[in-house]
Design a protein around this ligand. Structure first.
Ligand code: EZ4
Ligand code: CO
Length: 419
């Protein structure tokens, strides 16, 4: 046999090995709900993708089960780009969080398979390491300013170099980001949405005080972040961003809703506080004006909610052209599978900024064994082939789905507001 014949045979063998023979959706609730896609190839190598959309889990599960999985069987798992285009361009009905989360699950599972077949950690497949570890920020919160300041101190003791601070607001029963139990904040608590009441004036009186006290207590070096969670109008956001300038935030997140991307022009005109937005975005088109006009400094859109690695890579490259850096969403409602994939992405992406990190509870960690580790304010992805996160399906089956939705917010007169 000639060398050419031999490589031809090997190529045919690899295609046969990569054929997708099965795919299924696993829904589990180890502390909170997660949806996971598992794609299996003829070789027995399988890949996992996170498909969790908080409060809308079963819509994505159905999109996968009823519409995407039947199209996957028999395809070559190595044709990641073509499968992505097939589901995006080929669907006719484009974009939206449900569609893009389902596509992301497929995409991440395929990258996981490719890296496992290559015997390499996923970051290597993307272009290799750009940094040793990934700077993360933790979540500190308290019922008032002093409690929040103390909690930030505890995060500093744990080694964090960047910390998000959210404090309770006098006159508001349930301010965003403040947990009842002081531990990691978990918003989706009830079967139907919890109704909360919001007042921006009260909020705007507290936040500058919080950050003045934080700087006085913890000095100039620690990186401080804050999430406005879409509550302010553009001019209110501009005022807060300006009021916070003396305390040098790492970023002010979701200062105003970005449905209208032009809204950020007003904030930019008035302030030099760095801005982050995009955890609810699901494609590059949601961020195009913001990035092109340098209206933001960090893009929050992450792998699970915006079409996976294939699409995020495009978004990050586009952002890099405009000096915008990544700052991926990483709340506990994104599964360890998303975190694993995100950390490989963060380890590679040249215009990395920071990664959000809320620790999952023990039940979640047990269902999703993973090889990433926290050390001195940074997360390190592992060296296992793929993204390094697995699922214990027997254990997962012990935690049945538990319907939960995110809260809603109303003003004091009863009008609906942004939560
Ligand atoms: O409210 O992930 O920055 N983090 C956040 C989160 C979001 C939840 C919604 O599911 O804004 O707490
Ligand atoms: Co946020």
């Amino acid at each position: 046999m000639t060398i050419e014949d031999n490589s031809q045979l090997r190529a045919e063998g690899s295609v046969r090995d990569r054929e997708i023979v099965a795919a299924r959706v696993i829904v589990t609730c180890p502390g909170r709900n997660f949806v996971t896609l598992r794609i299996e190839t003829r070789s027995g190598v399988y890949g996992l993708g996170d498909a969790t959309l908080n409060g809308r889990e079963l819509a994505v599960a159905s999109y996968l089960q009823d519409h995407l999985i039947p199209n996957l069987i028999g395809r070559d798992a190595g044709r990641i780009e073509d499968i992505w285009q097939f589901f995006y361009r080929g669907a006719y009905w484009r974009r939206g969080p449900v569609t893009m989360t389902a596509i992301a699950a497929v995409d991440v599972a395929l990258w996981d398979i490719l890296a496992k077949l290559a015997g390499m950690p996923l970051y290597q497949m993307l272009g290799g390491r750009s940094r040793d570890g990934v700077l993360v920020y933790g979540h500190a919160n308290g019922k008032d300013v002093q409690e929040t300041v103390d909690e930030v101190g505890r995060y500093i003791e744990k080694g964090y170099k960047a910390i998000r601070a959210q404090s309770g607001v006098p006159g508001i029963k349930k301010a965003y980001g403040v947990s009842n139990l002081k531990n990691a904040y978990e918003p989706a608590e009830s079967e139907l949405p919890l109704e909360t009441v919001w007042n921006t004036t009260k909020y705007l009186n507290v936040v500058p005080q919080l950050f003045e006290t934080l700087r006085n207590a913890h000095g100039p070096e620690i990186e401080l972040l804050h999430d406005g969670h879409h509550r302010m109008t553009p001019i209110e956001a501009a005022r807060l961003a300006r009021d916070l300038e003396p305390y040098r935030l790492f970023w002010l997140e979701d200062a105003t809703p970005a449905d209208n991307q032009q809204a950020f022009e007003l904030i930019r005109r008035h302030s030099i506080t760095p801005l982050a937005v995009g955890e609810v975005f699901n494609s590059i088109w949601d961020a195009k004006h913001l990035i092109q006009n340098q209206l933001i400094d960090y893009i929050r859109t992450t792998i699970v909610h915006a079409g996976g690695i294939t699409h995020l890579r495009r978004l990050a490259d586009f952002a890099a052209l405009h000096q915008v850096r990544t700052g991926f969403h990483g709340a506990t409602d994104l599964s360890p599978v998303c975190m694993g994939a995100a950390l490989h992405f963060d380890t590679w992406v040249p215009n990395f900024g920071i990664q959000e990190y809320m620790q999952h509870c023990k039940e979640t960690d047990d269902v999703f064994p993973h090889d990433y580790t926290f050390r001195e304010g940074r997360l390190y992805c592992g060296e296992k082939p793929g993204h390094g996160v697995d699922i214990d399906e027997k254990l997962a089956a012990k935690y049945p789905y538990s319907p939960k939705q995110l809260p809603i917010a109303r003003l004091e007169d009863g009008s609906m507001w942004d939560w």
